[in-house]
Design a binder for this molecule. Structure first.
Ligand code: UD1
Length: 418
């Protein structure tokens, strides 16, 4: 059988945790043997949108992702420039490799740019048909309905270009149907990011990050002091120093005794320290202590998240991970594209007003935080389900080309378990 060529494109930190379970399933020989499918030839592409070791290399290693076959080294820049560079540099790679299917992940600029290249790459086959690689989108259908969010543009356009839309919650299906996406393209497989969390949590529990950050009562005691974990990087929250300061002051006012660990994203590296230094100016209350630390590896980060009394964030992934772990989360945004974490999980949309952050934070510390449940199919097996459907649908789209006929018995074998 002709191998099935699967290209997976990643670019920024939150992509790796979502791509890793799919890559694992596709390259797991036992898994492949269990189903009748052609050999898989995997190509991993890194756009280089995130390029620092702390945002890329360290995470690749911890997640056991294979080294990327190609790195486009696009680096940072304004949206047009970054997206344009990916278009320019990814096109020849796709043309040369010509995969059967391109998988894009999440909602970053790399996601949309790679999908656009594939969408325009039609070739004429000897039999006269036009063909391009299929496009599969992992984490499709999320909508914040906030047009000012660059990720919202990336999500909508990527979904419009994709053939296979892997979703993790029922509201994603509703969003896509509302946009006229064909029901048959929508595949609810569960949450791939939570596969990675479940797989690596036992290892993360061995991390000594709590001790390294002096979050225990003393060197001899293993008892962890109550602490909060904070992440902020959305341009709407951190690019204007006054808004950023209001958020940080709200967090610091929650409790005078509370240590708040704040692993900083490169985006805030320049502005955060002067703000922290002036946080107490004009404030009569005693404040908690916000400690800005360098970006953490994945294992350290989830080790902290699991033990935090409270997590405050504007990240999408962190809203999902806290829900999976049952840890109370306050989302410091006015909207979320992940409402299931609010309706089913432990997330509260706390907004960006200082007083509300203080109130909601105090409620959690008083034991009134949400208890929440894990949404269905956030069970550690989403990557396997996605891999099986990816292969099935790619073969079904062009069975002759791979020398196989997608028979009904084969379809039954690869079919999604209930
Ligand atoms: C991007 C994604 C966002 C995601 C976030 C996760 C888009 C539109 N946004 O935002 O959805 O939640 O990644 O981190 O794609 N920088 C470095 N080193 C790096 C990477 C970036 O210093 O390795 C700096 C850049 O110089 C730039 C800033 O960080 O000033 C922003 O980087 P960029 O990738 O453009 O966007 P993010 O804010 O990281």
């Amino acid at each position: 059988m002709k191998p099935l060529k699967v290209m997976v494109a990643v670019g920024a930190r939150p992509n790796y945790m979502k791509a890793a379970p799919l890559v694992r399933a596709l390259t797991n020989p036992e898994f492949a043997e269990a189903f009748v499918w052609p050999p898989i030839e995997l190509k991993l592409i890194h756009t280089g949108q995130h390029y620092e070791d702390g945002l890329s290399k360290v995470l690749f290693e911890e997640l056991a992702l294979p080294q990327a076959d190609v790195n486009l080294n696009v680096g940072s820049g304004p949206h047009g420039q970054q997206t344009g560079l990916i278009l320019q540099r990814f096109e020849p790679v796709l043309e040369e490799e010509w995969p059967d299917v391109l998988v894009v992940v999440g909602d970053v600029n790399s996601t949309l740019a790679c999908a656009m290249v594939a969408a325009k790459s039609h070739r004429r086959l000897p039999d006269g048909r036009w063909k391009r690689p299929r496009i599969a989108h992992v984490e499709a259908g999320l909508r914040s309905y906030d047009p000012a969010m660059p990720e919202e543009v990336n999500r909508r356009l990527t979904d419009a270009l994709s053939d296979d839309l892997f979703i993790h919650s029922p509201e994603a299906r509703r969003n896509l149907l509302r946009e006229g996406i064909d029901e048959d393209s929508i595949l609810e497989v569960g949450n791939l990011m939570i596969d990675t969390l479940d797989r690596l949590l036992p290892l993360a529990r061995k991390s000594d990050v709590v001790r390294r950050l002096n979050l225990t009562d003393g060197p001899a005691s293993g008892r962890v002091k109550p602490f909060a974990l904070l992440t902020l990087h959305r341009p709407s929250n951190v690019d204007d120093p006054r808004s950023f300061k209001r958020l940080l002051r709200g967090v610091a006012r929650i409790s005078p005794g509370l240590e708040v660990i704040f692993p900083i994203h490169p985006r805030v590296r320049r502005s955060v320290f002067p703000i922290l230094e002036s946080l107490a100016d004009g404030c009569t209350e005693s404040l908690g202590k916000i400690r800005a630390v360098e970006p953490l590896g994945y294992l350290d980060f989830i080790a902290l998240m699991e033990r935090a009394a409270l997590v405050l964030t504007d990240s999408g992934g962190v809203q999902e991970e806290t829900t999976a772990l049952g840890v109370p989360c306050l989302t410091l945004r006015e909207n979320t594209e992940r409402p299931i974490t609010v309706t089913t999980g432990t997330n509260t949309l706390a907004g960006t007003a200082e007083e509300r952050i203080v109130q909601e934070g105090r409620r959690v510390l008083n034991g009134e935080g949400k208890r929440g449940l894990r949404p269905p199919l956030w069970d550690g097996h989403a990557g396997e389900r996605a891999a099986r459907l990816l292969v099935q649908r790619t073969l079904e789209a062009d069975p002759v080309l791979h020398g196989v006929t997608a028979t009904s018995s084969m379809r039954a074998q690869i079919a999604l378990p209930v």
